[in-house]
Ligand binder design. Structure first.
Ligand code: HEC
Ligand SMILES: [Cu+2]
Length: 385
């Protein structure tokens, strides 16, 4: 008995010999032809929902400008591609070599008219793109008028998280981390800087990126328009946990609480003022079962890097380049460790027992507590809403 490896070609030839096989082959052909474009759409991540980091669903004035230019370029380029392909296809058919005709086509060299046309058209296209784009760039980098009410926040990038200090407005004096809360329809100016290396603050649905450089401060002015929760990411390679340096922007309604969609779930967002009021409260003293957590927190040197306002012995840390996030209301955040983990007692315990296992190179030391103590501390920290 002999074995033969059946090649795809041999298989196809065999199928083509039978009528039923031919039908199967055509069906396969149609399926593959239809599947390819669908596969491309799927690979391109097409969806009707705005993705969390989707620059096409802008939620601020700046975001609208950059999204407008993205669409302008996309449609313009698509139109140019369509015209070029149409002319090319026409030439392919029209000037196809005819059977039996071996003469060379007319040989030409230098055509003034054509050369003027194909220099003029691209020039016009470039001007049509550049002029409005420059106007847009200037609009996006314009500072808000300081005589108008503006909410100003100092944003400090640190390896690998973000610190926020509210300078004015109802929230003046607030000091939080990783989740930036802003009022909708209000002029905002962020002042970006860094405590160590270069980072970049980027919330795609808000608009452009802005570098956070050590020793310098760059402003970024915009007006958020749509209340909601928007994901962001450090956009400048800043070390081993750069990819884990997320951020969240929460745009609060000015008046009453509303409900928004976030990652397929309904989430309530309170008004900006009531968020500020809650954050301004000092931490509540723990109930009896959680007192042990506070005691361990103080004993295990945590207060040397973390502030908890309002509890005896926990508001001693001096702010410095190496100090950690303010934990006064850590239980109210959606995520911890710059949104690397969802905020719940298990994840806080996991983080405290070994930060480097969650974030390589984390600036919070390993081995401060046993896993058992970590659970006790986490229960206390989670209660700080
Ligand atoms: C040497 C300074 C230092 C010490 C000591 C320290 N931490 Fe941290 N901690 C940090 C830094 C820095 C971060 C931010 C790390 C990151 O996200 O990359 C952090 C993050 C955290 C977070 C996450 C906060 C958030 O909102 O993301 C918690 C919770 C925390 N630390 C608890 C503790 C506890 C409990 C102790 C004591 C057992 C402790 N830390 C000791 C520096 C420190
Ligand atoms: Cu980074």
């Amino acid at each position: 008995m002999s074995y033969r490896l059946l090649t795809i070609r041999a298989l196809r030839d065999r199928l083509a010999r039978h009528p039923a096989g031919r039908v199967a082959l055509s069906l396969l052909h149609v399926a593959v032809t239809a599947a390819l474009p669908l596969l491309l759409l799927w690979l391109a991540g097409c969806s009707t929902e705005p993705a969390p980091r989707d620059t096409h669903s802008p939620v601020s004035d700046n975001g609208e400008i950059s999204s407008f230019f993205y669409s302008l370029l996309l449609y313009l380029d698509a139109a140019i591609l369509a015209i070029v392909v149409a002319v090319w296809a026409y030439a392919l058919v029209k000037f196809k070599k005819q059977d039996g005709d071996d003469t060379l086509p007319e040989q030409s060299h230098g055509n003034m008219k054509l050369e003027v046309i194909w220099t003029a058209i691209p020039t016009l296209i470039v001007v049509a793109i550049t002029v409005p784009m420059l106007v847009g760039v200037f609009k996006m980098s314009k500072r808000h008028d300081p005589n108008q009410p503006v909410v100003e926040v100092d944003v400090t990038g640190k390896q690998w998280w973000w610190e926020f200090d509210y300078k004015n407005g109802v929230g003046a004096g607030l000091h939080t981390a990783n989740e930036l809360h802003l009022p909708a329809d209000t002029a905002i100016t962020l002042h970006m800087t860094s405590a160590d290396v270069i980072h970049a603050w980027w919330v795609p649905r808000l608009g452009g990126k802005r570098d956070a450089n050590p020793g310098r401060t760059y402003p970024m002015s915009f007006t958020p328009k749509v209340p909601g929760i928007y994901d962001g990411q450090c956009a400048e390679l800043c070390g081993s946990s750069h990819a884990l340096m997320g951020t969240k922007l929460i745009v609060h309604p000015i008046a009453a609480e509303i409900e928004v969609e976030y990652k397929g779930q309904k989430v309530k967002i309170e008004s900006y003022d009531s968020w500020v009021k809650a954050q301004q409260q000092p931490a509540k003293a723990p109930v009896a079962e959680l007192e042990k957590g506070l005691k361990l927190f103080k004993e295990r040197t945590c207060p040397s890097c973390h502030l908890i306002n309002g509890l005896e012995g926990t508001d001693v840390a001096a702010r410095s380049a190496s100090s950690g996030p303010n934990l006064t209301h850590v239980g109210s955040r959606m995520g911890i460790a710059a949104n690397t983990l969802v905020n719940n007692p298990e994840n806080i315990a996991k983080w405290i027992s070994k930060p480097s296992a969650v974030k390589p190179g984390a600036k919070m030391p390993d081995g401060l507590v046993t896993p058992e103590d970590a659970k006790t501390i986490a229960a206390f920290l989670s209660s700080l809403k």
